[in-house]
Design a binder for this molecule. Structure first.
Ligand SMILES: C[S@@+](CC[C@H](N)C(=O)[O-])C[C@H]1O[C@@H](n2cnc3c(N)ncnc32)[C@H](O)[C@@H]1O
Length: 225
């Protein structure tokens, strides 16, 4: 970590997306996020919501802020006594998100996904939405370890992120180019499935993978026995 307590990879590769003063105002438009995901944002958001709604009740942890309406939708889906907790390592991301959420239903924490400041088994449900492809391999593994550590037994972790598209996929060359130019760790998810990483951390997990848009994206539903 640098002096500013931000991870080096974020400062080096993602300043333009999450840290620069203009970044939040520029990127946080649902239409733009939807365009970047080839018009699949709402579908992917709703796949995450459905998997979480079908999971156990209780507090929900979202690891890292997301542009667009995802967090507000998660709040709408909460049972009356439950709350949404969101962690992010960039304070400005949290301030920006706070303005979009009702204060009584959401708790925001400045925290690095590698070292979550929660006790073991604190949450019934955890969501990681398009964070892992932005992280170097060692950070990705640490994030998964932490997500599973803070998940209680009987709880559910939901991951939505990129995946290797089929060879003939018409968007494959464009997606490859975008990764090559802007997202240096994202292609890891094309060559390394997340399931073996999760099993390496906890072989007893029940994992269901759904591929979306001919493999361009994936949703993982992970139940911790
Ligand atoms: C969830 S990811 C990508 C989401 C997606 N591109 C979007 O916003 O639509 C972006 C967030 O992850 C946060 N982030 C990146 N590395 C992190 C880490 N190690 N711990 C906590 N938050 C992190 C960034 O600050 C940013 O707010």
């Amino acid at each position: 970590m640098s002096d500013s307590r931000l991870p080096d990879y974020l400062l080096k590769y993602y300043r333009w997306a999450y840290i620069a003063p203009m970044a939040l105002r520029f990127w946080d438009h649902e239409g733009l996020v939807d365009l970047i995901l080839f018009h699949q944002y709402r579908r992917l958001r709703d796949l995450a919501r459905t998997a979480l709604r079908q999971g156990p009740g209780g507090d929900l942890l979202q690891i890292a802020c997301v542009y667009g309406s995802l967090s507000a939708c998660l709040v709408d889906d909460l049972a009356p006594a439950a709350r949404l907790h969101v962690v992010d390592v960039v304070p400005e991301q949290l301030r920006h998100l706070a303005a979009k959420l009702p204060a009584h239903a959401a708790v925001l924490h400045r925290n690095d996904s590698r070292y979550l400041a929660f006790a073991d088994a604190s949450f019934a449900r955890v969501l990681i939405f398009f964070l892992l492809h932005e992280q170097p391999a060692a950070v990705r593994l640490a994030t998964l370890r932490e997500a599973l550590r803070v998940l209680r037994h009987g709880g559910r972790l939901v991951i939505v992120d990129f995946h290797r598209p089929r060879r003939w996929h018409p968007l494959r060359p464009l997606q490859w180019l975008i990764f090559h130019l802007f997202e240096p760790f994202a292609r890891d998810l094309w060559v390394q499935e997340l399931i073996p990483l999760l099993r390496q951390i906890d072989p007893s997990l029940r994992i269901e993978q759904e591929l979306i848009c001919a493999g361009l994206y994936q949703r993982l539903i992970i139940d911790k026995p």
